[in-house]
Ligand binder design. Sequence first.
Ligand code: SF4
Length: 493
Amino acid sequence: MPEGRYWLQTLGCPKNQVDSDKLAGMLEADGLAPSTSPEQADLVVVNTCAFIEAARQESVEAVLELADVRRPGARLVVTGCMAERYGEELAAALPEVDLVAGFGRRLVPLGSARVTPLPTVPPPAVPEPVALGARRRRAPSPSLESFDLLSLPRPASAAPWAYVKVAEGCDRRCGFCAIPSFRGTQRSRPPADVLAEVRSLATDDKMPVKEVVLVAQDLASYGRDRTAAHRAAPGRVRRPTPLVSLVEAVAGIVPRTRLLYLYPSGLTDELVDAVLATGVPYFDLSLQHVSRPLLARMRRWGDGDRFLERVAGIRRAEPRATFRSSFILGYPGETEEDHDALLAFLDAAQLDWAGFFTFSKEAGTFAEGLGGQVPEELALERLRECTELQDTITARRRDGLVGEVREVLVDAPGRGRTVHEAPEIDGIVRLPPSLPVGRLALVELTASHGTDLLGVPVDEPPAAEPPEPADAPDAAEAAPDAAEARAPAGAAR
Ligand code: SF4
């Protein structure tokens, strides 16, 4: 068994963080312990992001920085999206790196006695099975065990909340996105596996998780690759979609269930009802733009009017509903009218949170070959305009919460979140440091500072604890469709 200490640095989005959690579990199962700093680690792992050019640059900078600070003899391993997508190029460009390993590759060679000293690690620096992308992937070498990250066990959470990835890959083909080319088509985890992971997080002795954040590349399509049975046959009662069943089951285990990355056409009435029933009325809709012709060029569904209608309908049902979205500026063909339409939408929708990105031309995507490229300066100017407007809206939305009483989950000493803030993405609620981590406490929101709020505990009994995990619906009962026929990929968009 290997032994020693590891340092794991994660770039990119929450989905990557889940992979890192699983990698940490695997490294610890391999006998390694976490290091308190990269300088002291025997194994330094960088889980990279390849989403856009800026993310790739950040990943490479992180690799180079860690190469500088690692101690002599420590191994440096690069994994994640960049390793998967650019394995050979990356290995050639970064001679500092000892191993470039795509998804699901063991980072510590089996049978090595220790991670360090370096001579125990078999050369060459770049092993044979460097990932070459989903379509060109070679069979894994017998010396590096291949496994499915999704189904790996994970270590206990360090916080009272945790991301839980429910599917990998994506069946859509958005014009700007290279993710399906290296993450593959959607593969949903069986509901029983997801629920077992949630139960184990919720019942951890040291840090029982109170909030589960469900993530996937296309969360609304969860389970569609496993079953088509939720679509009603003529004359039959329609069954809940797999995601609705899963949300209901998870909400029976933990007090808070939050969903990230919902493709807008996947936000059905029954999913809205299921989300509202969890008590976390938080809707993260990946809208990307609002101009119908531009969305069509993006190969995406919807338009601003439909989005506004949806937001208004949800707010009618739940005035406390919180909305987040992300938008791309400067997609090929984006006109001034398109941009004005986006600004008008932001003004009308009054979303609580929004992220803006300039278009990044990705090799192999539909958009790579599109005409009408928008100059970078113009895209940046549009991004600045949207950000300025949204900052004002977000500040107003945060001010609107001042004076309200809300339940917070204490994430860390002096820091918590109401249902209006997703972890790591949105603002926080600053709290008295005496509130114990993991506590669900009622606070009055007394002031706002930028995106953060100030919370003062009120003299009310704490909210009811969640039901015992044993009371949660049985996995099979929660998702009776799981064993049934496979749905055609890409159906029902
Ligand atoms: S839904 Fe679109 S943007 Fe999201 S991962 Fe799939 S192809 Fe990419």
